[in-house]
Ligand binder design. Sequence first.
Ligand code: GLU
Length: 295
Amino acid sequence: MASDRTPPADFVTRFAPSPTGLLHLGHAYSAFEAWDAAKAAGGTCVLRIEDTDRSRVRPEFETAIYEDLSWLGLSWPEPVMRQSERHEAYAHALNRLADLGLTYPCRCTRADVRAALAAPQEDTGPVPGTPSVYPGTCRLRPMSEAGPGDAIRLNIGRALELLQDKDLTWLETGPLHAGRNAPDQESMLRTLGDVVLARKDIETAAYHLAVVVDDAAQGVTHVVRGADLIEVTPVHRLLQALLNLPVPVWHHHALVRDENGKRLAKRDDARSIRAYREAGRTPRDVRELCRAQIV
Ligand code: GLU
C-alpha cells in the first residue's frame, strides 16, 4: 500500500486501538468492520496507535497490535500514526480553543469531583445529573493560572453558545441513531459536562482532542468504531466545528459481548486474539466468532 498518512481516497476509515492490553474479539470485530467497509468502498483503512495514557501503555502491547492485525490478514499504510508523537498538533489545537476563551485549568482531583457532586452546587453552572460528570468547580479560573498537574477542560456551555448559529449536524450510518443527528445540548451538559482536553504536565492531549485532530490529519472520511463511543460523538462534532476541521460520517457498530451480555474488556485475556491463535484457531475462525457477536 502507498506510504502516506493522508491517502487520496474518497473513503478513508481508521482503526485506533490503545496499546494498554492485548486486542480481544471486540477489537477484531471493530477492525473487520473498518477494513471491510474500506474494501467495499474501494478506500483505505489507516491504523493509529492511541498511546496517550502513559501510565497504562506498554510497548509489547503495541507490538502485539501489529502482529495480531497482520495475522488476521489486515494491512495498513505506513508510517503508522502514534499519538505520543503528535504533541505539536494537539498544542496548536489547544491554543486555538484557549484563544476562543473556551478552556480553563482544573486542579480538582477525582476525590474533589466526587465531593463536589455530593454537595449542593452554587455558581458553577448546571448541576450535572450523573455522578461521573464534572460539576464545573474550576470553570472561572483563567488559563493564566494553569499549573503543573492541572487538567485543561473545555467549557461546553460556552462552546455551545459560540456555535449556536452553526450547523452541528452529522451523519450516522450505524444501526443506532442512523440518519442525520444533532447535538442535544441539554444532554451534553448533563451527561458529558466539561470534558478534559489535555493535562498540563503530560506532553499530550486527552482522548477527545487527540481523536478529532488526528482523524482530520489522517484524512478520515468515515469513522467506524464501537457503539460505546456514540455518546461522545457530539463532543467530537463540537470540537471539529471549533477547530474548523472536516466532518466525517460516523458508523458505530454493535459490540461483541460475553455470555452475560457484558462487553469485552482488555482483562478478558481468554478472548484475546493471541489466545485464539495460540489455541490453533484460524483468522477465519475469529471472523466467525466475531460474526456471532456473543462469545
Ligand atoms: N482508542 C479507542 C479504543 O481503543 C478508540 C477510539 C475511537 O475509535 O475513537 O477504544
